[in-house]
Design a protein around this ligand. Structure first.
Ligand SMILES: Cc1cc2nc3c(=O)[nH]c(=O)nc-3n(C[C@H](O)[C@H](O)[C@H](O)COP(=O)(O)OP(=O)(O)OC[C@H]3O[C@@H](n4cnc5c(N)ncnc54)[C@H](O)[C@@H]3O)c2cc1C
Length: 431
């Protein structure tokens, strides 16, 4: 007996905050349109950046920029309602901060995700998308997903909403290394909890200059007080994240219109100008704490943790159980090798995975760039909507990979979907 292939109006790929926000918008905005939809997520359950869910880490954004408040503050899925439902609203207010711990925000997101269980399929990694052509027209796609055992499932969809987030970016010097103590920051927590082959006083390299590098450096220093943890950066200094109020306005949803309406060189100028809000920057409090910690080592003459500035990694190789790094120290103009028991690469993410995912759709895509409402323009014979989330930074601005615009973006995408559906049914009636 063969299973019947399910067909959906809308299929979401990935279930992070972006598509979770779409799930809410579909429920709240599209109630009367009887759309069928589902979301496919590769993980076995909901988790928001589980590899970095460390004690003491906080949100870099106000909790009012949750999945829905900026679109519909009366929604039952707001962060405030989550607090209320868990009987913590007063206590949270008493904390006096709009920046909850990441552990709490993950709990909020999981609470929302649970309410959409009936439309989410976990343990489903999308591996292929194929256009379905009938009479020279493409109105549907075939989406194949695979579970952890390699069993494949096929679903048909009329519209796709990609929300796959970023993929770990690894410097090329580390490609091909097999040592399990060389890892990307996205795997950090799982590695930390499972690793047991490090010496008692290990020597550890944390590569990077951003928030994740700083959090991991602090966490490793706390765990291995008598070890030697190096935070390694090719720049001179750690720089603070600019979250001052005037600058923060670039994350207001209206700013997306501003960026989108500019020509590409000007968009790039805006991205460069404000990059210190998000890239290779560290929360000021964290940065001061790191400086204070390293200073105290000088006072007590205890501790061997270091910040290695202007160190460029030229080469990485395996040496027994260890990893050897060849540095170019640009301050002292010296080349040197150092051996480490573990290397943690807090080297960021890339957001171009959609290209690979949409490979088979490419002949159907038009040359023009993504629309303001995040839809990929298609050639005339293709009527499938494909929306992109989190990979439109170059056209829509710095907020695209973050949480700031989620609530409003999901409205824009669902509006575009509903208009398309209305248009199709008008065409059908007049045919
Ligand atoms: C440690 C960390 C902390 C952060 N903190 C903040 C913050 O405080 N404020 C802020 O604004 N931003 C923050 N960010 C930025 C972050 O990108 C956003 O918070 C948010 O996670 C973006 O949501 P998303 O749904 O686009 O992507 P993601 O959260 O990455 O979710 C994408 C989902 O898609 C799934 N997926 C990918 N490929 C497939 C596939 N082929 N098939 C099925 N499923 C797939 C993934 O498993 C994942 O669950 C942080 C990022 C990190 C790494």
């Amino acid at each position: 007996m063969t299973n019947k292939i399910r067909e959906y109006d809308v299929l979401g790929i990935g279930l992070g905050p972006a598509n979770l926000s779409i799930a809410i918008a579909l429920e709240e905005q599209a109630q009367t349109h009887s759309l069928s939809y589902c979301f496919l997520e590769q993980k076995p359950q909901f988790e928001w950046h589980g590899g970095m869910l460390l004690d003491g880490t906080r949100m870099q954004i106000s909790c009012l920029k949750d999945l829905v408040t900026l679109r519909n503050p009366m929604s039952q899925y707001t962060f405030v309602n989550y607090l209320h439902a868990h009987n913590r609203l007063n206590t949270f207010i008493n904390l006096g901060s709009q920046h909850p711990s990441r552990i709490e925000f993950n709990d909020y997101l999981t609470w929302v995700a649970k309410q959409f269980d009936s439309v989410i399929h976990y343990n489903q990694r999308v591996i292929d998308i194929q256009p379905i052509e009938e009479d020279g027209e493409v109105t549907k796609v075939k989406v194949t997903s695979s579970n952890a055992n390699g069993d494949k499932t096929v679903r048909i969809a009329k519209s796709l909403i990609l929300g796959m987030g970023g993929m770990p970016k690894l410097p090329k010097q580390f490609e091909g290394l097999t040592n399990t103590n060389v890892l990307h920051s996205s795997q950090y927590k799982q590695w930390k909890e499972s690793t047991n082959n490090l010496p008692v006083k290990p020597k550890i390299a944390v590569i990077g200059a951003g928030q994740s590098a700083a959090e991991i450096f602090v966490d490793m220093c706390n765990r291995y007080e008598e070890g030697e943890v190096h935070m390694i950066n090719r720049r001179f200094a750690l720089h603070p994240a600019d979250d001052s109020p005037f600058v923060n306005e670039i994350f207001d949803p209206e700013f997306t219109d501003h960026v989108y309406s500019r020509e590409q060189p000007e968009r790039q100028e805006i991205l460069n100008h404000f990059s210190a809000t998000n890239y290779s920057v560290v929360d000021m409090e964290e940065l001061n704490a790191i400086y204070g910690r390293l200073y105290l080592q000088q006072v007590t003459r205890k501790g061997r943790h270091k910040y290695l500035r202007c160190h460029e990694i030229q080469e990485a190789g395996e040496k027994g159980q260890q990893v050897s790094l060849r540095f170019n120290d640009r301050i002292n103009n010296q080349q040197s090798w150092q051996d480490y028991d573990a290397v943690i690469l807090a080297t960021g993410y890339r957001y171009d995975e959609f290209n690979q995912m949409l490979n088979n759709m490419r002949p159907l895509m038009s040359e023009s760039s993504v629309e303001r409402r995040y839809r990929l323009p298609m050639k005339n014979k293709c009527h499938v909507n494909i929306f992109l989330q989190g990979c439109c930074e170059s056209s829509h601005g710095l907020s695209d990979t973050l949480l700031s615009v989620l609530a409003v973006r999901s409205k824009e995408i669902v509006d575009a979907l509903l208009e398309h559906k209305a248009l199709l049914s008008t065409e059908k009636m007049s045919a």
